[in-house]
Design a protein around this ligand. Sequence first.
Ligand code: ADP
Ligand code: MG
Length: 353
Amino acid sequence: FDMFVLAFVERLFRPTYKKDDIVLGKKLGEGSFGSVYRVSLAKKPSSKGGGDLVLKRATEYGAVEIWMNERVRRACANSCADFLYGFLENSSKKGAEYWLLWRFEGEATLADLMQSREFPYNVEALILGEVQELPKGLDRENRIIQTIMGQLLFALDGLHSTGIVHRDIKPQNIIFSEGSRTFKIIDLGAAADLRVGINYIPKEFLLDPRYAAPEQYIMSTQTPSAPSAPVAAALSPVLWQLNLPDRFDIYSVGLIFLQMAFPGLRNDNSLIQFNRQLKRCDYDLVSWRQTVEPRAGPELRKGFELLDLDGGIGWELLTSMVRFKARRRISAKTALAHPYFDREGLLALSFIQ
Ligand code: ADP
Ligand code: MG
């Protein structure tokens, strides 16, 4: 349990917060495992920094989420929303709750932004801080989507290199950070830290069926369940190589790529319908394409056209992420080196003017 001690010592030197410091604001989310509020501090001592915060009042999985956020803070801080502090709150009427505090990163999740008819140009404006004078068109949309995908894969690579699998990657759990003008990952409540065996047993009932990869268990059911922490720490690099649990997240981020390319697949119903079609095609995107393309409407055709740009490297990347076998899916790090990212993204585009 040395890691717990280390984490505790590190926290001694950071500002701490308690219930009375926090003034509840608007409710941002309500899940089955807790509620999320925008909050402010009752008084703002400079040592704690001012500004808006986000509070999650969580039940049973709060302890895991605090652990994951502490790990992220020390190992790959840029991947996720800026975590400030987590504690057990006993005095609330609902019984014991874990309270978690983050910096308020911004108003919009990727889900909010994707619902807008302006997508992806609304994201371009957020990232660049201005609207481009360039004509709208597929090529520009592709560059914006490429930039978003690059940011998502960068954040995911940070988590995976730390040994964390998120397991609930979806547009609702990706926040646009107005400070850094990049997308960051949130909601580590379903995450697993395989290096130390925290949350080792997959909680498959936590998985969101809209974005979950077809494999039910992220670690093979052959592997021994829940070894003690030291045993898991020694075993996990081996288990990681055997099972490639990170590829579960890659499938989910592949579906996000698909939704960004195909406007017609951005709403829940059409995504669920797509999942059914893909299953019928044995999770083979190429045969899905063969079935739908001949009778495709303008929105589907637009997606294929976008992914076919530059010799079809977008389509190539998509098909290397959304595959039945986890083993055959590309890793986040390898995806970042894919030719799809060879072209200059958004930031370079803004210098052309
Ligand atoms: P859950 O899905 O368990 O309710 P999340 O951690 O996903 O909890 O948070 C719920 C919502 O709160 C998010 O979809 C997002 O809109 C908002 N939110 C969460 N964390 C932040 C943050 N750091 N900054 C801004 N908004 C946030
Ligand atoms: Mg969430």
